[in-house]
Design a protein around this ligand. Structure first.
Ligand SMILES: *Cc1c(COP(=O)(O)O)cnc(C)c1O
Length: 398
């Protein structure tokens, strides 16, 4: 049956993903099962989406209840779960107001529009340019793509949206030099995810914040991947002793349900007024109750964030041990909390395939980096299982 499904998948869907030969049907916690009944340990976690694991009971029950009450109403009206979720996010962040949308790219689009609108209202009329970093990833819609600092994603889609300038990440001089009278904002991922988990130096983001303040620029942090406790704190910016003006969130926000959010300080948020920006499904009741259940569970007595920190350290140590064992295959281990990358000396596709055969899902990004973004509920035992499989696999390919 699985073979037939894969044939149909290839026939009917646009060929936008290099999919592995498995059809996933069911998930619980750290595990997923395919249509042919095989069990997998999931260290991809929907690429940072399944923050509480698959089908967390609190999220499932919230969705069941809401699905019998109200699925959708327009943003022409106030919506109960949206208000509660907004309050939760504001109480948890340095921001004052929220705009809801449905994905990371949409949250980035909203941030770009807000930054431009605010700057035009508060500076000169042609203040519109946003500086972003080489190696960044901000999404696939046209403006988010133009903001993304990787040429390979731009190819074939030109002309791009004007008004973006890309500079090397972690390079303060380059930032200072790139600022002109047209610059309105700097947008960065606190830790770059898609390019293979690249961390800023300890003082980088603090210096960026200072430069933004000195030049009247907004600081936008794209926390679509790093947010929701992924790095051991609710937002990654909390590690660096700064506050951004605008934050984007998505991926883990709905605990597996599609939702995005753009958060901003009051003074900036004020530039969005009725008619300036909107989304039909943004803040949909069903998505909002999933996000409320996810955040409440995540913050409940701090257990999950604590687990993320402890398991992150344990995981990183285990990967370092593996690196010592296979120095010619493994170049570097990087990361924070449960956002970990292992750079290999060769492309990692064969490693991913061998792990799949042995019942473990892992992700390869940027060609040669194994990226681990497991649910924050992962245990030592599950990390040990992955490490055992990786040890076998590296032994086989060595
Ligand atoms: C995944 C990602 C996005 C895009 O999110 P989508 O939901 O796929 O549109 C944007 N920014 C960052 C940092 C991401 O990791």
């Amino acid at each position: 049956m699985e073979k037939k499904l894969i044939e149909e998948s290839k026939k009917y869907l646009m060929n936008t993903y290099a999919r592995l030969p498995v059809v996933l049907r069911k998930g619980r916690g750290m595990k997923v099962w395919s249509t042919d009944g095989k069990e997998y340990l999931d260290f991809v976690g929907g690429i940072a989406v399944n923050i509480l694991g698959h089908c967390h009971p609190k999220v499932v029950i919230a969705l069941q209840k809401q699905s019998q009450r109200l699925l959708h109403v327009s943003n022409l009206y106030h919506i109960e779960p949206q208000i509660k979720l907004a309050r939760l996010l504001i109480e948890t962040s340095c921001a004052d107001r929220v705009f809801f949308c449905n994905s990371g790219a949409e949250a980035v689009e909203a941030a770009i529009k807000l930054a431009r609108k605010y700057s035009k209202e508060h500076g000169v009329a042609d203040k519109y340019e946003i500086i972003t970093a080489h190696g960044s990833f901000h999404g696939r819609t046209l403006a988010a793509l133009s903001a993304t600092g990787q040429e390979k994603f731009h190819k074939g889609f030109e002309p791009l949206v004007p008004g973006f300038k890309h500079i090397p990440f972690n390079d303060i001089d380059a930032l200072t030099k790139a600022i002109t009278k047209h610059t309105c904002a700097v947008m960065l991922e606190p830790i770059q995810g898609e390019i293979g988990i690249k961390l800023p130096s300890e003082s980088y983001l603090k210096q960026v914040r200072q430069i933004c303040d000195d030049n009247g620029l907004l600081l936008i942090l794209d926390e679509v991947q790093t947010g929701m406790g992924r790095t051991g704190k609710f937002f990654a910016y909390e590690h660096f002793g700064i506050e951004p003006d605008i934050i984007t969130l998505a991926k883990g926000l709905g605990g597996g349900v599609a939702i995005g959010a753009m958060l901003a300080k009051d003074s900036v948020a004020h530039s969005f007024q009725p008619g300036t920006h909107a989304s039909t499904f943004g803040g949909n009741p069903l998505a909002c109750v999933a996000a409320i259940a996810t955040i409440e569970t995540l913050l409940e007595d701090g257990f999950i964030l604590d687990n993320c920190n402890r398991m992150g350290k344990y995981f990183k140590k285990s990967l370092e041990r593996l690196k010592k064992e296979f120095p010619s295959s493994i170049a570097e281990i990087r990361g924070m909390g449960l956002m970990l990358g292992m750079e290999l000396t060769k492309p990692c596709a064969s490693i991913v395939n061998l792990c799949l055969e042995k019942g473990v899902l892992i992700n390869c990004t940027s060609g040669n980096v194994l990226r681990f973004l497991p649910p924050l509920i992962v245990t030592e035992k599950e990390i040990d299982s992955l490490i055992d499989v990786l040890e076998d696999v590296f032994g086989e390919v060595a």
